[in-house]
Ligand binder design. Structure first.
Ligand code: SP5
Ligand code: ZN
Length: 370
């Protein structure tokens, strides 16, 4: 299998994020992608490919030009405004209740502030997504990784893995957040739909609901979004990901959310995968985009499921068994020691190759570490 990878992600070298008002060591760090790259290289069955540049157009097809302009200029503007910080995290966000009672006209007159703190709050979702000097270049490279994976699949490859970092599925048309800046999977799916004229299905198996992807395709009938995730009643992104969110307009019935409880085991998870794949194969297209996260792993510090490495081999196999060509894009996964093996298991499953785990400590279920 070809794996698209760029060293540009290393420039998005965040050290801290803010969780519940407290500065903590960042979860979404460069080591994540490096662990996966190293494991796939050591496996020997994967070919690393560099991305090619795809320009702004595919990004603007999905994102608000204002968001693109903000992300492109934020760092130089921060320097110009003399903000003496290594990372930008806003503290004030426009809660919709702030505008309660205002007419649509009055709301249309709301505008982006000028100070960086205000602008970051205007475009951002949460305090866990710091912006540093190399963020924009890294986020652009992650889009190119996704679009290069699309090129390779449309060029005839059966399945290609885009090792995107930063991830993308929390980024909406006009919003960044959840460690995501541009929505790599949505940009890829839109590019596939535009290029092929076919319908596209997105399977999101990151632990978190992909609120950004859902938002982008909410009213579109040509892209179906199916997500398995921790129930938003207890987990980030908290406000979206419920089963009654089914899409509207042309997109009515094209959005499927499958939230799961804390402690979800391999067996229960496989049941949800089966339901999700039924919805995926209803879509009459040849390509499926996978938003892949390993934060469903039993030892993940952000997720609360109990999945094991072996399960990822099964899921990869089952997704490939749909017969669709796969553009597999990396999203989350924060238990760093297991990321390489989990990615290797998933991709070997897709390739129909057996998986022999390396003899390292890992989660084996039942709350034990073997
Ligand atoms: C791509 C992706 O997986 N983004 C996830 C963003 C999660 N943001 C952090 C939310 C904080 C949740 N509370 C932390 C509890 C740690 N024990
Ligand atoms: Zn996640």
């Amino acid at each position: 299998m070809q794996v698209v990878y760029s060293t540009a992600h290393l420039g998005h070298d965040v050290t801290h994020e803010t969780v519940s008002g407290e500065s903590v060591p960042a979860y979404e760090v460069a080591e994540r992608a490096e662990r996966i790259r190293a494991a796939l290289e050591a496996d020997g069955g994967f070919e690393l490919v560099a991305p090619t540049a795809h320009g702004d157009d595919p990004i603007r097809a999905v994102h608000d030009p204002g968001l693109v302009a903000f992300l492109e200029t934020a760092w130089s503007e921060m320097r110009r405004q003399g903000v003496p910080r290594l990372a930008m995290i806003p503290d004030t966000y426009p809660n919709p209740a702030m505008f309660e009672g205002m007419s649509e006209d009055a709301r249309d007159r709301l505008r982006e502030p000028e100070t960086l703190a205000g602008r970051a709050g205007w475009w951002g979702l949460d305090t866990s997504t710091p912006f540093v000097a190399g963020t924009y270049v890294a986020a652009r490279a992650a889009v190119d990784v996704a679009l290069t994976a699309v090129d390779l699949v449309l060029g005839g490859q059966r399945s290609v893995y885009g090792l995107c970092r930063p991830p993308g599925h929390h980024a909406a048309r006009s919003m960044y957040g959840g460690y995501c800046f541009f929505n790599n999977a949505a940009i890829a799916a839109d590019a596939i739909a535009t290029t092929t004229g076919e319908r596209v299905a997105i399977l999101d198996v990151d632990f978190h609901h992909g609120n950004g992807t859902q938002q982008i395709f909410w009213r579109r009938g040509d892209v179906r979004y199916v997500s398995i995730h921790g129930d938003p009643t207890r987990q980030y992104p908290y406000f979206l990901g419920h089963p009654d969110e089914v899409g509207e307009g042309d997109g009515n019935g094209e959005n499927l959310n499958l939230p799961l409880p804390a402690g979800t085991t391999n067996a229960a998870y496989l049941g949800a995968v089966e339901r999700a794949l039924e919805a995926i194969v209803e879509v009459p297209g040849s390509v499926v985009v996978v938003s892949l996260g390993f934060d469903t792993y039993g030892l993940d510090p952000l997720g609360d499921f109990a999945l094991t490495t072996d399960l990822y081999h099964d899921v990869g196999r089952l997704v490939a068994a749909t017969g669709r060509r796969l553009v597999i894009l990396q999203e989350g996964g924060y238990h760093r020691p297991s990321l390489g093996e989990n990615a290797r298991a998933w991709m070997r499953g897709v390739d129909g190759r057996p998986f022999d785990p390396l003899p390292v400590a890992g989660f084996t279920g039942g709350g034990t570490v073997a």
